[in-house]
Design a protein around this ligand. Structure first.
Ligand SMILES: Cc1ncc(COP(=O)(O)O)c(C=O)c1O
Length: 401
């Protein structure tokens, strides 16, 4: 009998659709085509100088040339605990922090640590592409709670309750959300947190976009708003989006001590400590003020307004106002099956493909986020490119027959 070359567990993982769109757009660009990419999930700003300088200094420090504790530099863990109290009012101590190789590793380790095979996790759709793979790898079962543009992609307690079973172990809570930009109000956060506490569910809360909210929306940490959740909360976060540090790969997980200890054991065998140079940079970032992110936030807010206005002017496109992160998530359902110069895309994936070929604009189709019929557009790109890119999409979609 021939055995499969790749294990069933790993063959079940799909390629990251967002990275795939980005790679295709970059390849077309490299071939000389003037592609405008709305695919990337990263700020277009450079990392602030004082952070880069801290890393340069760390390179010259012999202490950082060696292994350091697998769970993170003690001074960084303390600084993350302090920053968490400053930014979300959540009091934790350094032993509750695990420094990870980006927020992605924190997502993976959180589910690997919490889930046994068959445990169900409630996930609000549209959801970020990495969650299903992390849940699946841990043997968990994802249960989708589907939202749409009519509620601004916000899930209600009633919807969550309808999806809960006796196998439900955790709720994944993401606000501000990637891909929709939805932000739950503090009252909504409280209602959902109370419901989770009442049913003794774990809450895994991804707070990586905490500083990017707009138009009066405010971030509220479910861990702070609902202290009754007690020791069943795991907070995921990182420096990538707040400090324009996607390439540095530093994130973290905050949780009860037993969870953090277990996740640290896992990490100690998988990757050991995160690069010390990157940790030193992250230390400068989280210990500093928030002026750099405030400047980025203002630019994102301006671009957000331009993008949403332009998208909503396109017949057949419906874009609720995103209140956080840096993504717009319009519905294009009305345009599917229609005639575009002899081509009739039936799915948002096909329509995105056509737009990339014909209008040279890269968008991520909703299929990547569990909800076909939509596009995700990042507005973390320059103002001029943004206007040019959406204008090209408008022109292409405007020829609908
Ligand atoms: C919702 C969300 N969580 C976590 C991450 C992880 O970011 P990183 O691994 O770059 O720190 C991302 C990145 O796109 C994200 O959108």
């Amino acid at each position: 009998m021939t055995r499969p070359r790749i294990s069933a567990r790993i063959s079940a993982i799909s390629e990251s659709a967002t990275l795939a769109v980005d790679a295709k757009a970059k390849a077309m660009k490299a071939a000389g085509r003037p592609v405008i990419g709305f695919g990337a999930g990263e700020p277009d700003f450079p990392t602030p100088d004082y952070i880069v300088e801290a890393a340069v200094e760390a390179c010259r420090n012999p202490r950082f040339h060696k292994y350091t504790p697998a769970g993170g530099l003690p001074e960084l863990k303390q600084a993350i605990a302090d920053k968490t109290l400053r930014d979300s009012g959540y009091q934790v101590d350094a032993a509750q922090v695990l420094v990870t190789n980006g927020g992605k590793q924190a997502v993976y380790e959180a589910f690997a640590t919490l889930l046994d095979p068959g445990d169900e996790v409630l996930v609000v759709a549209p959801y970020w592409t990495t969650y299903p793979e992390a849940i699946k790898l841990a043997g968990g079962v994802q249960v989708d709670v589907v939202t749409d543009e009519t509620t601004g992609y916000l899930a209600s307690v009633e919807q969550l309750e309808a999806a809960r079973t006796e196998r439900t172990k955790a709720l994944l809570f993401v606000s501000p959300s990637n891909p929709t930009g939805a932000v739950y109000s503090p009252e909504q956060v409280e209602a959902i947190g109370r419901w989770a506490a009442e049913h003794e569910l774990w809450v895994v809360t991804d707070e990586i976009y905490e500083h990017l909210t707009y138009g009066g929306a405010t971030f509220a940490s479910i861990a702070t708003v609902v202290p009754e959740l007690g020791d069943r909360v795991v907070v995921l976060n990182g420096v990538a989006k707040t400090y324009a540090m996607t390439g540095w790969r530093v994130g973290w997980l905050i949780g009860p001590k037993d969870v953090v200890k277990a996740a640290t054991n896992l990490q100690s065998h998988a990757t050991s400590n995160v690069s010390n140079v990157a940790q030193a940079a992250a230390l400068a970032a989280v210990s500093g003020d928030l002026s750099a992110v405030e400047k980025m936030r203002e630019a994102f807010d301006r671009r957000r307004q331009t993008m949403v206005r332009m998208l909503n002017e396109i017949p057949g496109v419906l874009c609720p106002e995103p209140k956080g992160a840096f993504y717009a998530y319009p519905s294009v359902k009305e345009l599917l099956g229609r005639d575009f110069g002899g081509r009739r895309p039936e799915t948002s994936a096909q329509l995105a493909e056509l737009i990339l070929e014909e209008a040279e604009v890269a968008l991520v189709p909703g299929e990547a986020f569990g909800t076909p019929g939509y596009f995700r557009l990042s507005y973390a790109l320059g103002d001029e490119d943004l206007v040019e890119g959406v204008s090209r999409v408008a022109k292409f979609l405007g020829q609908v027959g």
